[in-house]
Design a protein around this ligand. Structure first.
Ligand SMILES: [Zn+2]
Length: 389
């Protein structure tokens, strides 16, 4: 309430100026009186905490002169911040109706009104406002961003990609990244119907708009693998590693299967060694240990894991070490004890989220391409550190 009164101070000054400017015109006298009554009635309602009635009177009394526009915007934004969307909407709609305002103020009013509709979940009305602003110098990019957010919420991927020309023109990395993910969504539907050509075309488009989309390569690998084109699938998995090292642990098993189908296990382990040397991740370590054990024996593998855990301890790595100890142990009691420790660690790890969003910190055991909390694409990645990779 107090914030509102403070906000209305410049409005009141504007109002005083408006009255003073017109005071020479005697025939305006009755109009002035009417405005004066509306203004003081509005303030009375505000003071008696009847905000809706107050807004009606104040909006009518203020008429929106150039120097009161800012106060109107500030008042509406305050309402929106407090979650009073209906009130924010009322003020912004009033501003949109003012035909005499400069173009920039009119566009700002339309943009803010679009944001109100978006926050209220009135997506069709928000879409209508933002579409009108696409050519605006100040609000074009922001409106395009909101339109993509609307299509993401309504899963209207085709409508989103229909804006590709405008998005390319902006050269905005985030929008291009969103566009690539819209193509990935369309490709996922085509993949379900096993429409090979369509999937490839859609994913190539995704990679055109965002060469770093590891999701596009992940989907490409799926369809190649499904059609026994293992060479292509392996190339996609390698690309994923170069695009996003943090996401790579999630494809390590599928990649192994593709190399195995090509009878190229040694080549796979060569690649995994490189991954382990560069990232020291626990998934790559565990994979590489199986190779050391097969090639050089259990003792070498144990030596390797002890050294690795000393350099970079992880609970996942420790669990694997216990498993190795169990397999090597011949004493029944010892095996049972180790099994209990292993089960305890497994239960502990199960309680921990596997993924965390790199944008907002949202944690989840399940992987999502779009973060359920901040809605950013491809930001949920395996957790790093002691309890993760
Ligand atoms: Zn997030």
């Amino acid at each position: 309430m107090l914030e509102l009164l403070f906000l209305l101070l410049p409005v009141a000054m504007g109002y005083g100026w408006f009255m003073g400017r017109n005071s020479v015109k005697q025939n305006d006298h009755s109009a002035k009186q009417a405005l004066s009554i509306k203004y003081s009635t509005g303030l009375n309602y505000l003071l008696s905490n009847q905000q809706d009635k107050a807004i009606d009177y104040l909006l009518e009394a203020l008429k929106v002169e150039d120097d009161t526009v800012e106060a109107h915007f500030a008042m509406a934004n305050l309402f929106r911040r407090r979650g009073e969307l209906d009130r924010a909407l009322k003020v912004h709609e009033h501003l949109v109706r003012q035909k005499h305002l400069p173009a920039k103020d009119k566009q700002q009013a339309a943009y803010e009104l679009g944001k109100d509709f978006f926050s209220a979940g009135l997506y069709d009305r928000a879409e209508n406002m933002f579409e009108k602003l696409l050519k605006s110098k100040h609000y074009g990019l922001k409106s395009l961003d909101y339109l993509m957010r609307i299509y993401q919420s309504t899963k209207d991927w085709s409508k989103g990609v229909s804006h590709k020309k405008a998005i390319v023109k902006t050269k905005d990395k985030k929008l291009l990244h969103n566009l690539a993910n819209f193509y990935c969504e369309l490709a996922t539907s085509a993949l379900e119907q096993d429409n090979f050509i369509e999937v490839i075309e859609l994913l190539e488009l995704a990679l055109t708009y965002d060469a770093n989309s590891c999701r596009a390569n992940w989907l490409l690998a799926q369809i190649y693998e499904k059609h026994q084109q293992y060479n292509e699938a392996c190339r996609c998995y390698q690309d994923i590693y170069h695009q996003d090292k943090e996401f790579f642990p999630d494809v390590i098993d599928q990649m192994q299967n593709c190399y195995h189908q090509l009878d190229a296990d040694d080549e796979y382990f060569q690649f995994i060694k490189k991954v382990y040397d560069e990232t020291a991740g626990s998934s790559a370590l565990i994979k590489y240990l199986s190779h050391i054990e097969a090639k050089f024996g259990k003792a070498k593998a144990k030596e390797f894991i002890l050294l690795a855990l000393k350099k970079r301890p992880t609970i996942k790595g420790f669990k694997h070490f216990i498993k190795m100890q169990m397999l090597n142990s011949t004493e029944k009691d010892n095996t049972e004890n180790l099994d209990m420790i292993k089960e305890l660690i497994a239960a502990y790890l199960n309680l921990k989220p596997r993924y965390s969003c790199r944008t907002c910190g949202f944690n989840s055991s399940k992987h999502y391409w779009a973060c359920p909390s901040c809605h950013d694409w491809e930001q949920l990645k395996p957790v790093r550190g002691l309890e993760g990779e």
